[in-house]
Write a protein that binds this ligand. Structure first.
Ligand code: 5GP
Length: 343
């Protein structure tokens, strides 16, 4: 277990409000006792499974607990420090900007500003982690909100000194139509924002995945049902392979959310065997009670990866980050320096 903890890591798929730890959740619950929320409503423990629908209910509960600038600042700084303590050296956090009418002041803009403030605070405190932000589009909210979100992200890309690097498309995959979001995503791409899109998380998204792959995205979230053995298609696989579009792999999330029946049947096997770029990620470390070390350990034990293969997995993740070449070089340097102590 020490090896996985000591391994320097890159986290590229982490939803802010899904990443809230037990400790932070307790602080939030204490702040808002009138909501009568118990911790069992905000996390899915060991051995527990939920349907994907139930998972999305959990996010609604968490959103009630995190609805002021003060909450967001605390949650974001805590999450960043927790990833840093797990030896994550580079983190791309993603979150859906929300406006809360009942709590004065929270707008989508101030939401993003607050996350950026948290990133800067951690940096000023010397926390050893490079953090970037992806502004998330919740697919449920439709084309207009998506476009508004992209415009906000464009503004922040220019004003945040490189902290806002891209767009995430997420939210309940059984709701909404990706087709109507294409203009917003296209615009984001044209303005230089990187795209990480949840794709084929459930069956029956084949057409949508085809359209999204045409953009094309810079990374794919999950991609569980893309390949033919899962009811996907060879042409979808070919497209991803040809573009070498990395897959963000979230083992515990997929098993606990029941889109994948067991660890050994996870689609990581298929893509890893193809030699396709796969990045091990947590998705929602709070909700699914995991951390990135544990996800690497799970990948290794499930698929029989030796330490040097695990090292290579974490090293190759650097190639898939959205920050520029200079940051990649710095990270590669860091990995080179740390390697002799670990392998
Ligand atoms: P937030 O954006 O509020 O920081 O994080 C929670 C949100 O992330 C959820 O409401 C949902 O839109 C998105 N999310 C978290 N986990 C998943 C997941 O496994 N699949 C999808 N499609 N969306 C997710």
């Amino acid at each position: 277990a020490e090896f996985y903890k000591d391994l320097p890591k890159v986290e590229l798929h982490a939803h802010l409000n899904g990443s809230v730890s037990v400790q932070t959740m307790e602080k939030l619950i204490r702040r808002k006792p009138h909501l009568n929320i118990e911790h069992s409503m905000t996390a899915i423990g060991k051995g527990q499974r939920r349907t994907l629908d139930e998972c999305f209910e959990v996010f609604k509960v968490i959103h009630k607990l995190v609805d002021t600038e003060e909450d967001i600042l605390m949650v974001a700084t805590d999450v960043i420090k927790e990833f840093a303590a797990d030896n994550v050296k580079y983190l791309e956090l993603r979150s859906t900007p929300r406006e809360e009418n009942h709590t004065a002041g929270l707008t989508k803009k101030s939401y993003i500003e607050t996350v950026i403030e948290a990133i800067q605070q951690c940096k000023n405190e010397g926390v050893d982690i490079d953090v970037r932000f992806l502004v998330a589009i919740d697919r449920r909210n439709g084309a207009e909100v998506a476009m508004e979100t992209v415009k906000l992200a464009e503004e922040f890309m220019l004003s945040s000194g490189g902290l806002v690097v891209g767009i995430d498309l997420s939210g309940d995959p059984t709701v909404g139509d990706g087709r109507c979001l294409l203009p917003a995503l296209q615009r984001a791409r044209n303005s230089g924002l990187k795209l990480s899109l949840h794709m084929s998380e459930v069956p029956s998204q084949l057409e949508e995945s085809e359209l999204l792959l045409n953009l094309p995205p810079d990374r794919i979230g999950h991609g569980t049902f893309l390949h033919p053995e899962m009811g996907g298609s060879q042409s979808l696989v070919d497209r991803a392979v040809k573009g070498r579009i990395p897959l963000e792999i979230c083992l515990t999330s997929n098993v606990k959310g029941q889109t994948v029946p067991s660890y050994s049947q996870h689609h990581l096997r298929y893509w890893y065997q193809l030699g396709h770029p796969c990045v091990i990620c947590t998705d929602d470390k709070g909700v699914f009670c995991t951390d990135l070390s544990q996800e690497y350990q799970l990948a290794a034990s499930t698929f029989g990866l030796r330490p040097d293969a695990v090292w290579t997995l974490s090293e190759r993740a650097v190639d898939c980050i959205f920050a520029g070449d200079e940051v990649k070089q710095q990270l590669r340097q860091k990995w080179t320096e740390l390697k002799p102590g670990l392998l």
